[in-house]
Write a protein that binds this ligand. Structure first.
Ligand SMILES: NC(=O)c1ccc[n+]([C@@H]2O[C@H](COP(=O)([O-])OP(=O)(O)OC[C@H]3O[C@@H](n4cnc5c(N)ncnc54)[C@H](OP(=O)(O)O)[C@@H]3O)[C@@H](O)[C@H]2O)c1
Length: 326
């Protein structure tokens, strides 16, 4: 079956099952599982027999999400952990608790994210979006990496976004000390970093069997939009219109997906997309992305393929988090 923007999680799971992919007891750790795409990924994967460790920063929201998942999948195998990805000490405590339990992790989905928030800093003093979306996940991944390496056919999926096309990473000014803060630019930089992180993981550990993909889920109405003012919304819509026009599309703007279609690409990336010689790639609409084209759909910016920046980001992230992948 050819996939497209409206392919759903259930369709991905059904195809994977028909192809003999058995998720029974396969263990997934999903960040940001308390709402939106993380919750839907949990529901879909748990429904196929996978065991999911749901991570979130709010225990109350986590409980509510778990109750919704159990309503849909009464026998869901769920574990829980709390983590604030904007605070290194919280990440270390969460990783220590997971590592103490001693179970291998087959798939890590770095899904949590904050978008276009007002200027702020993490507990460790980094710009909030780069600090949470990239540095927080980089540290968590490094701390959990031995458990991932102990997993069967391990995968790490990082949620990026078509908004990566707003900006490459700016590694000499990650905290906007030399330039004026712009909420969309900061989000774009962080989402480029998420994609380069997958590329770096595949380059360093692909030979030992690790598969990593980054994912643009599409545009989905979730709680991610909580910080959007009218002005930020207007900027988003006009950017989408300009992208469509320059790609020669007549749609004129954004195609909003259901949550089930939005989570489909990360579910596909985490169970079925075959890496071959494309390990580390950026995926969208349940397909491999293409350089150029419209980043609101499957296109991506050339700088996602830049190896020098991938390496510089990796080294800087190790320095800033104190993390090492061994
Ligand atoms: N929705 C879209 O249109 C879209 C488009 C492109 C990319 N994405 C990406 O898809 C991913 C999932 O987004 P979504 O749409 O499902 O948004 P969402 O419903 O807002 O879910 C985001 C999740 O991340 C969590 N989170 C935020 N800050 C955190 C922190 N400091 N520590 C731990 N968890 C934190 C949230 O928890 P709280 O609720 O407690 O804050 C929530 O569980 C994000 O990485 C986003 O960038 C989404």
């Amino acid at each position: 079956m050819a996939y497209d923007a409206d392919t759903t999680t259930n369709e991905i799971i059904a195809d994977a099952t028909a192809a003999g992919i058995d998720l029974t007891d396969r263990r997934f750790v999903i960040t940001g599982a308390s709402s939106g795409l993380g919750e839907e990924s949990t529901r879909a994967l748990a429904g196929a027999g996978a065991r999911i460790t749901m991570l979130a920063r709010s225990p109350e929201k986590l409980d509510a999400a778990a109750a919704r998942v159990r309503e849909a999948v009464p026998d869901a195998q769920l574990d829980f952990g709390t983590v604030d990805l904007a605070e290194f000490s919280s990440i270390r405590a969460c990783a220590a608790a997971l590592n103490d339990a001693g179970d291998p992790i087959d798939v890590l989905i770095n899904n949590a994210g904050v978008m276009a928030c007002p200027q702020g800093t993490t507990a460790d003093g980094f710009e909030m979006q780069f600090g949470t979306n990239h540095l927080g996940h980089f540290l968590l991944t490094a701390l959990l990496f031995p458990a991932v390496q102990a997993g069967a056919d391990p995968r790490i999926v990082n949620l990026s976004s078509g908004a990566h096309s707003i900006s490459d990473v700016v590694l000499d000014d990650i905290n906007f000390e030399q330039s004026e803060y712009d909420a969309w630019e900061a989000y774009g930089r962080s989402k480029t970093a998420n994609a380069l992180f997958s590329r770096g993981l595949a380059q360093r550990f692909g030979d030992s069997g690790l598969v990593s993909f980054s994912v643009h889920p599409g545009a989905i109405m979730t709680e991610l939009g909580r910080h959007l003012t009218d002005e930020l919304m207007e900027a988003m819509m006009s950017r989408a219109k300009a992208r469509a026009e320059s790609a020669g599309e007549s749609s004129g703007g954004m195609h909003f997906k259901s949550v089930e279609a939005g989570a489909a690409t990360q579910v596909w990336a985490s169970i079925a997309a075959e890496a071959g010689d494309r390990n580390g790639s950026y995926l969208a609409d349940c397909q491999f992305g293409e350089p150029g084209g419209n980043p609101s759909s499957t296109g991506f910016s050339d700088y996602l393929l830049d190896d020098a920046t991938t390496d510089r980001l990796w080294t800087l992230s190790e320095e800033l988090t104190g993390a090492s992948f061994g």
